[in-house]
Ligand binder design. Structure first.
Ligand SMILES: Nc1ncnc2c1ncn2[C@@H]1O[C@H](COP(=O)(O)OP(=O)(O)OP(=O)(O)O)[C@@H](O)[C@H]1O
Ligand SMILES: [Mg+2]
Length: 548
């Protein structure tokens, strides 16, 4: 495929939108419209829809698709013009020859000339000559105009409709000639191309920012809006389970996937969560795993990265970050523009900041709908940046919102990585075991098992912070012990199955103790959370053994 799109069978629930967009050329031909502003929440699948449309048209012959993303482009006018012009020529040639794009992105126009000649596209050679003339004269304005008008010229000359797919179009508002902001409004140069009866346009980007372009500027009335909604619940579940299957993660029964509801059918969030679970080493999911994966995702995962990049782009001044963060959080929790003013007062943010924050919200595409994931991301960031909480602490607070309120008792301890520290753990376990009336023999085994895990953490991790973090969580019916440390990842499994002689040769005779760990616990899991290895040991109790 010419663009890096999903296989058609993995692209869910957009048949209607795809069908409508494919029919745009007909609408344009009969002057019934033909330009669409494709709007939707962040990550909802706008780019993917453009790519699917592209691929679908590419397979046919009637309409030539041209895709351009402003996100990746440099917004300096001369750079943009050359990039846009060359991208069009490459894609036009690829379509004509029904071959994927030739060469790398850096291919020069000059090198494309033989291919253009061999196809007998003389009008395109003329256009290239024109463009090169403007390059030679260093005439930035005409370079931009010539590039933007190329699809319309091509449609005119070839007699074929050309559909122009402009992704992240709101970024085009920042196009400039030499220095940022020197010639505002270059985006309006697209007006002529939009009017061409042979060139339907589909433009996407951040909803708020796009709307502003089409209401305040000379582009008003040139496009209709199409809103891309979330995937319906059942399809969102299907998509998530498909991702899990690809990652070889066993999915829990559907009843345990209810938590996914908070992702509101957003394919980006669904994909990111599945990947996070995989990165954490989760292979057989429970509902609790989902919640842990989620909290990781919004604190340190791809979703966190996605939103913090957006936040950094919108709030360039670091001094403004904290008040705006506070404001945003308040704003999203109150859930409405009307309450915005009140929230500003509560957060103690002045008028200037309020305006700036509003602009931020618009640029981030947060304006519509309540996005729980975004809220949790901001809460987590707030806890870390404003309240000074550690990542783990912030994550726990997020998790606590979603974990069922099963009565639980929790002890935490941190031991130094020094010799005999594990014995302190053994003593602690003894006390905990007594408190919850654990069987004495079992308690002995548990101590040995835990000593094993701690020694492993101490000896093999190569950790610099020289600490092992332990947590004992007692719920009615189960005891969970979490041992966490930074440093080299390890796998109990690799020790478990080695023959005894091999273990002796490798000097890991203590690895035998892991057999004990496996035999006395009901579940042993090893995960990675960033640079930490986390071993989770779970023991379930039958009614009589329950500690209370
Ligand atoms: N209908 C769909 N079915 C399955 N997966 C999808 C669908 N739509 C999008 N995706 C996947 O979801 C992820 C996010 O999609 P995409 O990048 O198109 O969102 P977007 O709306 O363009 O986001 P942004 O606001 O960041 O531009 C991608 O990995 C994409 O492949
Ligand atoms: Mg996109």
């Amino acid at each position: 495929m010419p663009l890096n799109a999903l296989p058609a069978e993995g692209f869910l629930n957009r048949e209607t939108e795809l069908g409508y967009l494919k029919g745009l050329s007909g609408l344009k031909g009969s002057a019934l419209g033909g330009n669409v502003l494709l709007e939707g929440a962040r990550g909802i699948g706008k780019t993917e829809l453009l790519k699917q449309l592209y691929c679908s048209l590419f397979r046919e012959t009637a309409v030539v698709p041209f895709y351009y993303s402003f996100r990746t482009g440099n917004l300096k006018g001369t750079y943009f013009a050359k990039d846009y012009f060359t991208a069009f020529v490459r894609q036009y040639l690829a379509f004509t020859r029904k071959e994927p794009f030739t060469g790398g992105g850096a291919e020069t126009l000059q090198r494309l000339l033989p291919a253009i000649s061999s196809l007998g596209l003389h009008w395109l050679i003329d256009s290239v000559d024109d463009f090169q003339e403007h390059l030679k004269n260093s005439d930035a304005y005409w370079q931009i105009v010539t590039a933007i008008s190329l699809p319309a010229v091509a449609a005119q000359q070839s007699g074929k409709q050309i559909i122009v797919l402009l992704d992240d179009f709101d970024a085009a508002e920042d196009l400039y000639e030499k220095n940022l902001g020197d010639v505002p409004g270059l985006i309006t140069l697209f007006g002529e191309s939009l009017q061409s009866s042979l060139c339907p346009h589909v433009m996407t980007g951040c909803a708020g920012a796009l709307e502003a372009i089409f209401t305040d500027r000379s582009l008003i009335g040139m496009a209709e809006r199409m809103w891309l909604g979330p995937l319906p619940e059942d399809l969102a579940l299907d998509l998530f389970r498909t991702h899990l299957a690809h990652l070889k993660i066993t999915s829990p029964p559907v009843e345990q996937l209810k938590f996914l509801g908070i992702l509101r059918g957003n394919p980006l969030y669904l994909r990111n969560l599945a990947k996070a679970l995989w990165k954490m080493g989760k292979r057989e999911l429970t509902e609790r795993d989902l919640i842990e994966g989620y909290s990781y995702e919004i604190s340190d995962g791809e979703t966190a990265f996605y939103w913090s990049s957006a936040l950094n782009r919108a709030v360039k001044n670091p001094a403004r970050r904290r008040p705006i963060l506070k404001w945003l959080l308040q704003f999203l929790q109150d859930g409405g523009m009307e309450d915005g003013g009140r929230a500003a007062v509560i957060a103690g943010v002045g008028e200037a900041e309020t305006l700036e924050a509003l602009e931020t919200i618009k640029r981030l595409g947060m304006i519509r709908g309540r996005d729980r994931v975004l809220q949790d991301f901001l809460r987590c960031l707030y806890m870390r940046e404003v309240e000074g909480k550690k990542a783990g602490e912030a994550r726990e607070k997020i998790e606590a919102q979603y974990l069922s309120k099963d009565a639980e008792l929790c002890f935490e301890m941190v031991i130094p990585m020094s010799s005999n520290a594990e014995l302190v753990v053994a003593r602690a376990v003894e006390q905990i075991g007594k408190n919850i009336n654990l069987d004495e023999e079992y308690l002995n085994y548990l101590q040995l098992a835990l000593i094993e895990v701690c020694i492993n953490a101490i000896e093999h991790s190569g950790s610099y912070d020289k600490k092992v973090f332990l947590k004992f969580i007692m719920r009615s019916g189960s005891l969970e012990i979490i041992v966490e440390n930074t440093g080299r990842p390890f796998s109990l499994d690799s020790h478990k199955d080695l023959p005894a002689e091999e273990k002796l040769r490798l000097g890991i005779k203590r690895g035998w103790g892991f057999k004990l760990v496996y035999s006395i616990m009901d579940d042993v899991k090893i995960e990675r959370v960033n640079d930490r290895t986390r071993v989770i040991l779970t023991k379930k109790f039958k009614d009589k053994e329950v500690y209370r």
